[in-house]
Design a protein around this ligand. Structure first.
Ligand code: NAD
Length: 353
């Protein structure tokens, strides 16, 4: 069976960071077939469309997609449907990616980068599983209307038990691959939709007797994430709560250049990308941190190809280069060795052993 990976470098620092991640994937000797295509501003420039047909075809055929980032000031004045960000939304929709996985890991070597005290966050390793295609962001009806001279806005929070069950399964499975603790976040004390969320999570629990399920209200979860974040292993929640909590969790680590993410469909086909943007301010200078993209490649190995050993190999190599003192500008501290994008990639390749 061929294992096809589509690489979408995108814009800004995208080509530089995906090149390093592709080198790492290629070095593992797993026989990946890798192809590159256009997305975002680069695609607009070449074809007039942010998600051109040729890319759509390759994305549909691939087992996994590795993306850099899209966007930049050059395209900000285009009509909304021609903007690079539309390419990203379109590919997510096209591939039915309903599960977003965002780990927040703080390597002990980078504990000073966090705004929280090192003793609170050092060794942090949590995973947020966010539902991506439902909830109040997509529920109908929605709109802004006027009645008796007063404008009112409304959205609908809505989940079916099928939608909750499928994201629940992703979260239970992910917890199984980690420390087997799952915390489901809701607001069941005031929102019926999330009462259903809690009920369905409880219904799923007996199928995963090896995973301990707990529940937490979202306001408490937001507080606990900054008070004692290491109590968590995997968190699962809906689209809106997940949007907010995953950003909060990522900032616990303080270094955006280190954070990978995965978005999966029902068959574990996935789109893997760093959590940061295209950083146009440093594009083309060989200074961007490629580690978030390399760690996204590790997630690709784990979640799409079930190559746990290879995923660990890549993650261990990243840890090793940090321990060796290699730092790109964004995570640099006095006494460390400052390296560029390419050199960081080379250090990871060397550390793969
Ligand atoms: P950004 O994440 O691109 O940059 C924020 C800051 O972090 C910048 O100072 C940048 O230099 C730095 N940074 C980001 N990634 C880095 C890395 N790997 N190494 C070193 N430093 C890094 O966010 P922004 O400036 O708000 O957005 C820039 C563009 O990216 C915009 O066009 C935006 O729409 C787009 N964007 C794309 C995505 C995506 O493709 N998923 C996500 C967010 C923003």
């Amino acid at each position: 069976m061929t294992k096809k990976i589509l690489i979408l470098p995108g814009d800004g620092i995208g080509p530089e960071i995906t090149a390093e991640a592709a080198r790492v994937l290629g070095a593992l000797g797993l026989g990946f077939e890798m192809e590159t295509a256009l997305l975002g501003g680069a695609a607009v420039d070449a074809t007039g469309e942010p998600y051109p047909e040729a890319t759509q075809k390759l994305a549909a055929e691939a087992d996994a997609v590795l993306l850099g980032a899209v966007g930049g000031p050059k395209w900000d004045t285009l009509p909304r449907e021609k903007r690079p960000e539309r390419g990203l939304l379109s590919i997510r929709k096209h591939l039915n990616l309903f599960a977003n996985l965002r780990p927040a890991i703080l390597y002990p070597e980078l504990a000073n980068a966090s705004t929280l005290k090192p003793e609170i966050v050092s060794g942090l390793d949590i995973l947020i599983v966010r539902e991506l295609t439902g909830d109040i962001y997509f529920g109908q009806p929605l709109g802004i209307r006027e009645r008796r001279g007063e404008r009112f806005g409304f959205n609908t929070m809505r989940y079916t038990d099928t939608e909750i069950r499928r994201i629940g399964r992703v979260a239970f499975e992910a917890a199984r691959k980690r420390n087997k603790k799952l915390c489901s976040v809701d607001k069941m004390n005031v929102l019926e939709t999330t009462q259903l969320w809690r009920d369905v999570m409880n219904e799923l629990a007996p199928e995963y007797p090896d995973v301990t399920l707990s529940h937490m209200l979202v306001d408490n979860a937001a507080m606990q994430l900054v008070r004692a974040p290491r109590q968590f292993d995997v968190l699962v929640t809906g689209n809106m709560f997940g949007d907010i909590l995953s950003d909060e969790a990522s900032m616990l680590t303080g270094s955006i250049g280190m954070l990978p993410s995965a978005s999966l469909d029902e068959n574990d086909k996935g789109l893997y990308e760093p959590s940061h943007g295209s950083a146009p301010d440093i594009a083309g200078q060989d200074v961007a941190n490629p580690l978030a993209t390399i760690l996204s490649a590790a997630m690709l190995l784990r979640y799409t190809f079930n190559e746990e050993e290879a995923a660990r190999r890549v993650e261990d190599a990243v840890e090793k280069v940090l321990a060796q003192g290699f730092r790109t500008g964004d995570i640099f501290e006095a006494g460390m060795t400052k390296v560029g994008t390419r050199q960081m990639g080379e250090a990871v390749l060397a550390a793969l052993g």
